[in-house]
Design a protein around this ligand. Structure first.
Ligand SMILES: [Zn+2]
Length: 114
């Protein structure tokens, strides 16, 4: 993936994501500009989100198995669970993003914040 840096204006190849602890169980997944080191946040996760991501992978496997065995009612039920969990996880990630993109909180250093 090619990205353009807003800070130095140069283009760079995003080769991988890094993870950094933010606060408590919250982690930030981000990539950095290879020219100036500016960090770009991909998304935030907490324990709840990471737990659900794992659960989604399990559900997806079960869904594939149910589908392979033509167990339509089971596949349908799993599909609904996957949809529901994906939606709730997305909402929680959005909440975290809004919380940490707050410009006031962003510049608080070292403290626990308000
Ligand atoms: Zn840059």
């Amino acid at each position: 993936m090619l990205a353009k840096c807003d800070t130095c204006g140069k283009e760079f190849e995003v080769t991988g994501f890094e993870v950094e602890k933010v606060k408590g169980d919250i982690e930030k997944t981000f990539f950095s500009c290879t020219h100036c080191g500016e960090k770009y946040t991909g998304f935030y996760t907490n324990n709840w989100i990471r737990f659900n991501q794992q659960k989604l992978r399990d559900l997806q496997k079960k869904y594939n198995i149910a589908w392979a065995f033509r167990d339509v009612s089971q596949a349908q039920s799993l599909f609904n669970q996957i949809q529901d969990l994906t939606k709730r996880n997305g909402e929680e990630m959005q909440n975290l993003r809004l919380r940490f993109n707050d410009p006031v909180a962003h510049h608080v250093e070292g403290g626990e914040g308000p």
